[in-house]
Structures are given as structure tokens and as C-alpha cells.
Design a protein around this ligand. Structure first.
Ligand code: C6P
Length: 410
């Protein structure tokens, strides 16, 4: 993979921040968009803008064709059986809320158990807390192993015949750890429950096959995979989406509207009320086409190369606490760390002064911060357009920032 050539598609990377060459290492928060994605959106607005599924005029047909072509591209990308299983949403958060409301409300009863893990992003915690509250169900946490992924043996002793839903992240947005989804699916299926997978941090970085994973539901966001903000996906097995209730009501999703009740149209449109994010879906298609042209395996390899280079070097620096597994094969391109005695926000400001964007805070994962016994952490997250030279500069700046805050030198 020719990273230098790929970077030419990202003009945003070629600028100075605080008089230093800009290095973007906040890819877990959102990724940069290549020119191809921006032109797909611009072309749509310049030449084809019209509403979908409504008009029979030429532009409406063009817009509808492109919107539905995106659905097919998403289907193929995650290897779903049918486009009926692909729902466009605003992002992972909306997708998970839809499942908790539209499916959870139907299948969970008082006394039932819902399982999550300490790794979850708030988007995969709060909807289940709310569901448990509505239904007087129990919310239980599956324990983690030493490496920070779900401990399968311990999970077996928690999951019971009352288990209805297991909601788990595929890859942690804090530690980059990857969870054994297929094995967890087997465990919850064995007791007649369902697995909901938060794929926000895995889909951008590795090849996904929802059928092999045997995920019942799988959620992800376009903006974390070189696509635009405001568009995401909820995959659900067709039979489950048939019984799931829509959460939003209005135009597009109805079949007939009588005076006092209505009926819903067929999948997938019964969930997509109102004018959808047409440009977003078109941008997402362009992003997936772009990722496919590079190849998901090549993308995973490039991140692996960077992490494999950094992890041993980081362990050699005194006064740095690293979170997550030290084996690069067990994580994505996320490095979460603290400089002992220095607040992560100061660390992040120090990096910004060096022209490097990283993230600091609780990363919308407060239960995990408590589990790790920290208030917050610093996080550098890499993507395919990052280079080994940038990784090296990250190390140089890290040592400089550590020296400054601990010895007052810079
Ligand atoms: N994590 C981060 O910096 P939305 O905002 O809906 O696109 O994605 C929410 C979400 C859900 N699950 C996981 C595992 C995530 O990482 C995120 C978003 C960003 O880590 C923003 S807090």
C-alpha cells in the first residue's frame, strides 16, 4: 500500500498547526475524508439533488438509485445476506438506541437479564440501562480478562437462562482490544438470547462478516471510516427486523395511513422515517469504495505495522502507563496512555503545541475509567493514512512533553 500516494487524497493533512507539520492521531473520534468522498457528495448536490422514493421524475430516480446503491455497497462490505438487513441511521448511537427501543422493548420482560461489559462506550451502556429500567430487568457486566477483552470463561458463569440481550463492543475505543464476538454469540444464543455488536471501532479497521460473527445486530458510523458525519448503519438479521418496531414514525415508513391507525411498509424502509440523509449515504458509499480499493486487509496491516513499532518503544519510556494488551495482534490502531503525574488534558495540549492532534478525557467510557481506576487518559489513534514517520514524531513529542511537565524542560 502506497501511503504517500493515499495521503495526496487528503489535503487536510498538508497544513501546519502551531507552526508544526500537522499530524492527525484522533481517528477513533472521527476520520479524515478523501477527495473522492467529498466529490461524490458535491456531484450529488450539483447534478442529482432530489428527494428519494417519492418523485417519478428523472432526478428523483437518480437520487433513489444512488441512495439504494449505497445500501448494496454496505451490504457487500459487511457481508449481510440482503439489503433488507441494512438500515441507514445517523450513526452508531442511533443504531443502538433503535435496537434497545424497537427490539429490546419487545423481547425483554421483568426479571430478564441484559449483559454489557466494562469496555462499552456510553452509547452501548445508557440505552440498555434505560431498557432495564423500563422493563425491571437486570443489567449485568461481563468480566474482562487481564488483557482487557471479555473473559469467555467468566462470561459463561454470568450468562443464565434469563439472558435476553448481550450488547458488546467489537473493538474498544479506549484500549483497542478486540472481543471474541463469535464465541459470545454462541454463549448468548445457547440460552435463547441475542447479541448486539457495537462495530464503531472495528468496521473502519478490519474486514467484517456479520454472518461469520453470527451477530444479530451490528452498528457502525460512517464518519469513523472516511465517510461523512450524520450517516451510520444498523444491520439486523431479517427475521429480527421483521419483528422489531420502528422508533420513528412519519413519511416514507408507512404503507397505509387510516384515520386512527397505520401500517408499515416493508424492510428496510419501515425504519427510515422522513427524508433520509441522501448525501450522507452517497458519501458513505464513496468511502467504502475507497476503503475497498485499498483493501481492508492492507488497512489492518498498516495500522498493525505502526502499533508494532510503537508498543515496544513506549514500554521502554519510564513514567508512561500504557493501557490494553502489549501484543499488537490483539488490538487495533489505538494507543491509550498516561504520563504519570500529568493530567491527560495537559498532555493533549502539549501535543497540540507540537502540531499533533490526540484525544484526552474519559472517551465516553466512564465505567471503563472506573474499572482502570483512572479519571481520564490520553489516546492516540491511527488510521491507514498515518505513516511510521508520524509515529516516530509522536514518540519524540511524547518524550519532550514528559520532560517538560516532569522536569520543566522543553
Ligand atoms: N467514539 C471516540 O472518540 P457515534 O458518535 O454515534 O458516531 O459513535 C458512538 C460510539 C459508539 N461506540 C464506540 C465504541 C465508539 O467509539 C463511539 C464513538 C468516539 O471514542 C467519540 S466519543
Amino acid at each position: 500500500m502506497d501511503v504517500a500516494k493515499i495521503r495526496q487524497d487528503f489535503p487536510i493533512l498538508f497544513q501546519e498547526v502551531n507552526d508544526e507539520p500537522f499530524i492527525y492521531l484522533d481517528n477513533a473520534a472521527t476520520t479524515q475524508k478523501p477527495k473522492q468522498v467529498l466529490s461524490a457528495i458535491e456531484n450529488y448536490y450539483l447534478h442529482d439533488n432530489a428527494n428519494v422514493h417519492r418523485g417519478v421524475h428523472t432526478l428523483s430516480e437518480r437520487a433513489t438509485r444512488q441512495y439504494e446503491a449505497s445500501r448494496e455497497t454496505v451490504r457487500a462490505f459487511i457481508k449481510a445476506r440482503s439489503t433488507k438487513e441494512i438500515l441507514f441511521t445517523r450513526g452508531t448511537t442511533t443504531s443502538l438506541n433503535w435496537v434497545a427501543r424497537g427490539f429490546g422493548d419487545i423481547i425483554v420482560e421483568p426479571g430478564d437479564e441484559i449483559y454489557i461489559t466494562p469496555l462499552e462506550h456510553h452509547s452501548n451502556v445508557v440505552p440498555w440501562q434505560q431498557l432495564a429500567k423500563r422493563k425491571q430487568a437486570k443489567l449485568l457486566y461481563l468480566p474482562l480478562n487481564e488483557e482487557g477483552s471479555v473473559d469467555l470463561e467468566a462470561a459463561k458463569s454470568v450468562i443464565s437462562a434469563k439472558g435476553k440481550i448481550l450488547a458488546v463492543t467489537h473493538a474498544s475505543n479506549v484500549m483497542g482490544t478486540i472481543n471474541p464476538i463469535k464465541e459470545l454469540a454462541e454463549l448468548i444464543h445457547a440460552v435463547g438470547g441475542y447479541i448486539v455488536v457495537d462495530g464503531a471501532q472495528s468496521t473502519p479497521h478490519m474486514a467484517i462478516d456479520v454472518q461469520t460473527l453470527d451477530a444479530d445486530f451490528f452498528a457502525f458510523s460512517g464518519h469513523k471510516m472516511s465517510g461523512p458525519t450524520g450517516i451510520g448503519v444498523l444491520y439486523g438479521k431479517e427475521a429480527l427486523l421483521e419483528i422489531m418496531e420502528p422508533i420513528e414514525f412519519g413519511g416514507e415508513m408507512i404503507d397505509f395511513v387510516y384515520d386512527d391507525y397505520s401500517t408499515w411498509t416493508e424492510l428496510p424502509w419501515k425504519f427510515e422515517a422522513g427524508t433520509p440523509n441522501i448525501a450522507g449515504a452517497i458519501g458513505l458509499k464513496a468511502a467504502i469504495d475507497y476503503l475497498n480499493a485499498i483493501g481492508m486487509d492492507a488497512i489492518a496491516e498498516q495500522e498493525h505495522r505502526i502499533i508494532s513499532y510503537l508498543l515496544p518503544k513506549l514500554q521502554e519510556i519510564e513514567g508512561i502507563t500504557l493501557f490494553g494488551p502489549t501484543d499488537p495482534n490483539k488490538r487495533t490502531g489505538i494507543i491509550t496512555f498516561n504520563i504519570d503525574g500529568v493530567h491527560p488534558h495537559d498532555v493533549s495540549t502539549g501535543f497540540d503545541m507540537e502540531g499533533i492532534a490526540i484525544r484526552a478525557g474519559h472517551h465516553c467510557a466512564q465505567p471503563l475509567m472506573r474499572y482502570l481506576d483512572v479519571q481520564s487518559t490520553a489516546r492516540a489513534s491511527f488510521y491507514y493514512y498515518n505513516t511510521l514517520e508520524e509515529a516516530e514524531q509522536f514518540l519524540v513529542s511524547l518524550v519532550k512533553i514528559k520532560e517538560f511537565f516532569t522536569n520543566g524542560l522543553i
